[in-house]
Write a protein that binds this ligand. Structure first.
Ligand SMILES: *Cc1c(COP(=O)(O)O)cnc(C)c1O
Length: 361
């Protein structure tokens, strides 16, 4: 099999070393004669895996001691519901900054459980590029929290400079940028994300929440979605997705072994700058996000002549570059350059794009 580079937005490419390691011990973990997915989540062997994963994540993200790290059910969308259940109240309100599709979905879901004060955090500038404006937002002093999406996976917009929210806790969806760069956890009341972009298989959700914010969930909150109950049971009130948690632990260990988040951040900068640089140098391809707001993880781009889209996708695939079709909301193309995408993959993409451009100019 020749090397295929997978640009899928999620579930997405995972580190080859981890894939192989997991395959190797799939039938027989640690010489116990059973696979990890066949043993009890309360067994000594499994608890060691679970605890190490949590400790490595704390280490990688430099998570302060007064934050809980929860491994939950329900994905990013689950948090769209359980966030207002846990941190909000039915009578009170929460602020939602909308900068693209995902932050919009979060606001829509929250309406069921609290009053949502929704505001745009982006605009189209005079050059037709999407830019962020996160200063002087109409935030409410009595909001339970302010929600934002750090990386808009569909629109390719990333917030590098989080807004000031004073005493109101800032909550960020980091589903598609977790562990891609350094983040100051202490600036946030809560950070969360589904695992299937930078961490591992789908089916497990990371919630990193400041201790003082939990413990007063709305009475309608299902027990498995109550952050305090989850914390008190070390994320094992019921059976977690044991495989996804185990796999995530492998990815955390892999990331530590290659230099941690700081090293990854440098690689992600290099990869994304290579692709953006090429797109900007060409008048055959374009990206419509202002430089300051461009995502390092998800890069939507458009061919000047959209009638070539199908051919571009087919030829890319023939060149071992898969999953480049853009999200249906935007059309065009999207290249997701998550942590597991090597620089060689981006070089191969740029070289293909160059050839395609020459052939169709
Ligand atoms: C993928 C994604 C989600 C949704 O995640 P699920 O786990 O599928 O619910 C939410 N927010 C962002 C930013 C995402 O990229």
């Amino acid at each position: 099999m020749s090397k295929v580079y997978n640009f899928s937005a999620g579930p997405s490419m995972l580190p080859e070393a981890v894939m192989k390691d997991v395959q190797k011990e799939f039938l027989d973990f640690n010489g116990i004669g059973a696979g990890v997915i066949e043993i009890s989540h309360r067994s000594k062997d499994y608890l060691a895996i679970a605890e190490k994963a949590a400790a490595d994540l704390r280490d990688l993200m430099n998570i302060p001691d007064n934050y809980k790290v929860l491994f939950m059910h329900g994905g990013g969308r689950g948090v769209f519901a359980n966030l207002p259940m846990n941190l909000g109240t039915a009578e009170g309100s929460a602020d939602y900054i909308v900068t693209g599709a995902w932050s919009g979905y979060a606001a829509e879901e929250a309406v069921k459980y609290t009053h949502v004060n929704s505001m745009r955090g982006d605009f189209v500038n005079a050059d037709g590029k999407v830019e962020l404006k996160l200063k002087d937002l109409p935030l409410k002093k009595d909001a339970a929290y302010v929600h934002m999406c750090m990386n808009e996976t569909i629109h390719g917009i990333e917030i590098f400079d989080a807004p000031e929210t004073g005493d109101v806790p800032l909550v960020a969806d980091i589903s598609s940028c977790i562990l891609s760069r350094r983040m100051d956890v202490s600036r946030y009341g809560m950070l969360y994300g589904g695992a299937q972009k930078n961490i591992g298989p789908s089916g497990i959700t990371i919630v990193i929440v400041r201790e003082d914010l939990i413990g007063h969930a709305q009475s309608i909150t299902p027990a498995i979605w109550d952050y305090k109950v989850t914390a008190d049971h070390d994320s094992m009130l019921n059976t977690p997705n044991t495989f996804a948690w185990y796999f995530a632990g492998k990815v955390f260990a892999w990331l530590k072994s290659i230099g941690g988040v700081e090293a990854m951040e440098a690689m992600n900068k290099e990869k994304s700058e290579l692709l953006y640089g090429f797109i900007d140098s060409s008048d055959f391809y374009s990206n419509n996000v202002a430089v300051s707001a461009r995502s390092r993880m998800n890069i939507p781009f458009f061919l000047k002549d959209s009638s070539l889209d199908q051919q571009f996708i087919a030829e890319a695939k023939a060149n071992n570059l898969i999953s480049l079709k853009g999200h249906r909301v935007l059309g065009g193309m999207r290249a997701s350059l998550y942590n597991a995408m090597p620089l060689e993959g981006v070089k191969a993409l740029v070289s293909f794009m160059e050839k395609f451009e020459k052939a169709h100019k």
